[in-house]
Every structure is written in structure tokens, then in C-alpha cells.
Write a protein that binds this ligand. Structure first.
Ligand code: HEC
Length: 219
């Protein structure tokens, strides 16, 4: 093996060049992104998560919600996300810079959740019902139930919890009991209700708008 050293040096150079290409280029593009301070309202966007929502982020990770849900709205010429009303605009890299773990996801058995809090029908009660008994709000859905995020407990007359789920009919708990979200469910709902990228960065708008297509016949 008299060429051993040359082969090793060659392989090393190839691996090093791909590593540098992949990591350093990405770092140059995204690593320097900072929050954007809006001169009008003085806020630095993206806004941080509240403490409770940050706990909910861990529940989201823990339960593997990202196996079926993405958190990335593709731009108009990349897919139908905007037509499906999954967002008012595409997702920008800057949207994610404050996230400790980014849940882009890659499989869409369920809808994209990046802007779930901006959908009019989504509130705490809807989310609790969906998590406890998905078929109560989305009949025939594939979304699994997460009953362990709730306590079903006896209730004394006149002492119902304000968080008790308003179920009637076949989803209602046995008479004399109520379904109440646990702390994990409350945190998860707070996280989901924080998912809303409605702030439109002026800097991103200019950078991410694809150039207008050239008109035929004009030179
Ligand atoms: C096996 C796949 C699957 C998993 C895992 C899953 N979901 Fe879903 N989810 C769905 C599907 C499918 C729907 C669409 C329901 C319908 O038919 O309207 C949905 C709907 C939703 C919606 C309503 C979105 C909307 O716009 O109406 C929310 C919120 C949601 N899921 C949150 C979660 C959370 C939180 C978890 C983890 C605890 C989770 N999902 C896990 C499949 C899944």
C-alpha cells in the first residue's frame, strides 16, 4: 500500500470539503440571523415563548406529534400550503431562530401546525377535545387519542372544575364524573396556542419574494 497516504489525504479532503460546504454555507446563510426589532411597536420578533408554552413544547416533543405534523409553510410556488390556509405567508428561517429544537417535521398525515393558533376555531376547548377524543371534533380522523393527558374524576354537585370538558352524548364521561386536563395538557395547549407566525418581516418580504417572471416578447 505505497499510495496509502495519498488515498487517505484524498478521502480526508473530500470529507472535509463536503463538511465545510454543508455546515459553513448554512452557517453563513442562517447563523447570523438576529431578531428583528420593529420600530413601530418596539418588539423584537420572533417573540419568545411563555414559560408554560415552553413546557408544552417538551410535551409536543415527548409525544412525537411531529411524526404526523409539520411546522413549515412552503412558499406559493413550492406547494399548496398557502391555498390550504396553513398560513398567510411562507415560513422564513428567521421564524425559528429562538427555538431550542425546531419541529419542522417531514410527514403530513395531519395539517401543518405552524399557524394553528391563527385558525378561528382553535381554542383551548377545541384542543382538549381533540386530544382526549379526536372523533368528537374531527369524525373519522387518524389523529390518535391522548386520554392519559386527562383525569376522569368524580365530581361533587356544584363543584365542577372550570376546565372540565363540555362533552355531551357518547363522549361524555360517566354520570357524576368530569374530564379535566392535566398540567401536561394545559402546557401543550398553551404551546399550540402560541404557534402563530403572522408577523410579516419587511426584511424577509424583500429577500424572499421571487423575481417576477420575465415577460415573453420583451427584451
Ligand atoms: C398518526 C398521526 C397523528 C399524530 C401522531 C398526531 N396527529 Fe394531530 N392530527 C392528525 C390528523 C390526521 C389531523 C386532522 C384532523 C381532521 O381530520 O380534521 C390532526 C389534527 C390536529 C390538530 C388540528 C389542526 C387543525 O387545523 O384543525 C391539532 C391542533 C393537532 N392535530 C395536534 C396534535 C398534537 C399536539 C399531537 C401530539 C400530541 C398530534 N396532533 C399527533 C394526525 C396526527
Amino acid at each position: 500500500m505505497k499510495n496509502g497516504l495519498t488515498i487517505f489525504a484524498g478521502i480526508f479532503a473530500i470529507v472535509a470539503a463536503s463538511w465545510a460546504g454543508l455546515l459553513l454555507t448554512a452557517h453563513r446563510q442562517y447563523g447570523g440571523l438576529a431578531q428583528y426589532v420593529d420600530a413601530l411597536d418596539g418588539n423584537a420578533y420572533p417573540l419568545p415563548l411563555s414559560g408554560l408554552a415552553d413546557q408544552g413544547r417538551l410535551v409536543y416533543e415527548d409525544l412525537g406529534c411531529a411524526t404526523c405534523h409539520t411546522q413549515q409553510v412552503r412558499r406559493a410556488d413550492f406547494g399548496a400550503d398557502l391555498d390550504r390556509k396553513w398560513g398567510e405567508r411562507q415560513s422564513y428561517a428567521r421564524d425559528y431562530i429562538r427555538e431550542k429544537t425546531v419541529h419542522l417535521g417531514d410527514s403530513r398525515l395531519g395539517p401543518d401546525l405552524r399557524n394553528v393558533a391563527a385558525r378561528g376555531y382553535v381554542d383551548g376547548t377545541f384542543l382538549y377535545k381533540l386530544l382526549y377524543a379526536p372523533h368528537s371534533v374531527a369524525p373519522g380522523t387518524n389523529m390518535p387519542a391522548y386520554p392519559f393527558l386527562f383525569d376522569v374524576r368524580r365530581v361533587n354537585p356544584g363543584q365542577a372544575s372550570p376546565l372540565a370538558l363540555p362533552f355531551t352524548g357518547r363522549f361524555a364521561p360517566p354520570a357524576g364524573s368530569e374530564v379535566v386536563p392535566t398540567r401536561r395538557a394545559v402546557a401543550l395547549a398553551a404551546y399550540l396556542l402560541s404557534l402563530k407566525d403572522t408577523y410579516d418581516y419587511p426584511v424577509e418580504r424583500a429577500k424572499n419574494t421571487p423575481p417576477a417572471p420575465e415577460k415573453k416578447g420583451e427584451h
